[in-house]
Design a protein around this ligand. Structure first.
Ligand SMILES: [Fe+2]
Ligand SMILES: [Fe+2]
Length: 243
């Protein structure tokens, strides 16, 4: 079994030409691939302010893609308008957790956001949902917005996933979890979590400058990024690209 996923993150659509252009560039790049990916995962901060207009733009953009687009929310997203415009659902309810089956891989899209807060937290309802989903022993990817490990950029390290211990224990107890995929950090990065690969996708919007690079924390010069994940049985290999 070989599955190919693209992961994009942190579009921060805000109605500006700059944000729209970067998002369109990524979508155009993905639509032009010689071999279409099996699905595009979008790991949150789709909208910048969480307005209906921002999600309507996202929905129009995603509709131009020829493959399934599977999102999870980030701290800039607002559940009500997100549900309405992206999922065509009533704009009420708690965490937006979703399970998809793509090319033999189970994809768990986890809502680790805390309404109106910058940091993340996987609440009781979501932990219970994950426990239920992980009864299925087939190869599984877990995607959520906030990284559960330090990035080593001080302002970002304050708003990561808080109390990741329960998620860590769940991943550790379930060998079918191939990797954990996140966004939020606006930098392409790799680590481990519960002994599994942890991949942080680059942002579609500005990139993060790390302290050792100097200069403004927001790097608008770097082109929008994409991560490609190839899943070969139980192994992941990630290729990073700019669009
Ligand atoms: Fe972001
Ligand atoms: Fe974020």
């Amino acid at each position: 079994m070989t599955a190919l996923f693209a992961q994009i993150s942190d579009l921060h659509l805000d109605g500006t030409v700059r944000a729209t252009d970067r998002a369109r560039r990524v979508v155009g790049y993905l639509n032009g691939l010689a071999r279409p990916v099996d699905a595009v995962l979008v790991t949150g901060d789709i909208a910048d302010h969480g307005t209906e207009a921002e999600y309507e733009e996202a929905a129009r953009l995603f509709a131009t893609m020829s493959v399934p687009v599977l999102p999870c929310p980030g701290n800039h997203d607002v559940r009500g308008p997100y549900r309405k415009a992206l999922l065509d659902e009533e704009p009420v309810g708690g965490p937006i957790n979703r399970r998809h089956r793509v090319a033999g891989v189970t994809v768990l899209l986890v809502d680790g956001t805390v309404p109106a807060q910058g940091h993340g937290y996987v609440d009781d309802e979501t932990i219970a949902w994950l426990e239920e989903q992980l009864r299925d022993p087939s190869p599984t990817l877990i995607a959520l917005h906030h990284p559960p490990v330090r990035i080593h950029e001080p302002s970002l390290d304050k708003i990561l996933l808080h109390s990741p211990d329960r998620l860590e224990a769940l991943v550790a107890a379930h060998p079918q979890v191939i990797a954990v995929l996140t966004g939020h950090a606006h930098t392409a990065a790799a680590s481990t979590f519960a002994g599994r690969p942890l991949v942080i996708a680059p942002a579609v919007t500005y990139a993060l400058r790390m302290p050792w690079e100097g200069g403004d924390i927001r790097n608008w010069d770097q082109p929008p990024g994409v991560a490609f994940h190839v899943i070969d049985d139980s192994r992941i290999i990630t290729h990073f690209r700019v669009a």
